[in-house]
Design a binder for this molecule. Structure first.
Ligand code: DGL
Length: 271
């Protein structure tokens, strides 16, 4: 299949959390056009079954392929954990996912191979990070912890709040007791509480931000396949969502770090 470098990158997530990945991509690859899809009507995915997530993921990947994207980026850790292979099997264009990116960055970052992973319950139960890290570093020891309260706390905007700090201390206690040297932020929402997590884990633990790792991996893939946009026109960004919930704009702009438009609402029969 002939891919034109000026085609957009397709990025998708269960909601607006994947905008942390878009933000990292905009910074790393400022000449790329991006089409984003966030399933805001059906978020959160992190507590749903594997079958349901796989079904939704297929639907979204198909939508973006019809937008003629040159590559698909699975920004949602939960989707990547359970449905990355499904997307690869159906896609004629390259597929990258946030777990392969995060795992690679963790294996590079960890001096002693003692790696903590935090994410949604579905991501943690899937063991996808552990498999992906072991593929890079066989001897690594992985300590995972589901942190289901972080997503609502971040959406509430409690990024530097006592409740979030206490919650983080509670979740991270067992992981820190294993003397991890690296902690993977395995969820779209966690980059926003990175400063707070830094205070909780201290200066000696390396934090792997999977959004940044994703942007680096995308840049490497596009360069290797000669798919970088030559950059003669200003970048175009487009956002598709399945619902516009209360506070959508405020929360979205917090994730993206800039104004969020144009936003198109997609209505699907099959919910
Ligand atoms: N985007 C999800 C993730 O990265 C978090 C939100 C959700 O549970 O859908 O795991």
């Amino acid at each position: 299949m002939q891919i034109d470098p000026s085609q957009p990158i397709g990025v998708f997530d269960s909601g607006i959390g994947g905008l942390t990945v878009v933000r990292a991509l905009m910074e790393r690859l400022p000449f790329e056009h991006i089409v984003y899809f966030g399933d805001t009507a059906r978020v959160p995915y992190g507590v749903k079954s594997v079958e349901t997530i796989a079904h939704y993921t297929t639907q979204i990947a198909q939508f973006l392929l019809e937008k003629n994207v040159k590559t698909l980026i699975i920004a949602c850790n939960t989707m990547a954990a359970v449905a990355a292979q499904t997307v690869r099997d159906m896609s004629p264009v390259p597929v990258l996912d946030v777990i392969e990116a995060g795992a690679w960055a963790a294996a590079q970052a960890s001096p002693g191979g003692r790696i903590g992973v935090i994410g949604t319950p579905t991501t943690v139960n899937s063991n996808a990070y552990a498999r992906a890290i072991h593929a890079q570093q066989r001897e690594a020891r992985i300590y995972s912890q589901a942190c289901p309260l972080f997503v609502p706390l971040v959406e509430e905007g409690w990024l530097d709040h006592e409740v979030t700090r206490l919650t983080a201390e509670e979740y991270l206690r067992p992981v820190m007791a294993e003397h991890v040297d690296t902690l993977v932020l395995g969820c779209t929402h966690y980059p926003l509480i990175k400063p707070l997590l830094r205070q909780v884990v201290g200066e000696d633990v390396r934090l792997v931000d999977s959004a940044e790792a994703m942007a680096n991996l995308t840049a490497a893939l596009l360069a290797e396949r000669s798919l970088l946009n030559p950059g003669s026109t200003p970048s175009r960004y487009e956002y598709y969502v399945t619902d516009v919930p209360v506070k959508f704009q405020t929360i979205g702009e917090r994730f993206l770090g800039r104004s969020l438009n144009p936003v198109h609402v997609v209505k699907w029969q099959d919910k």
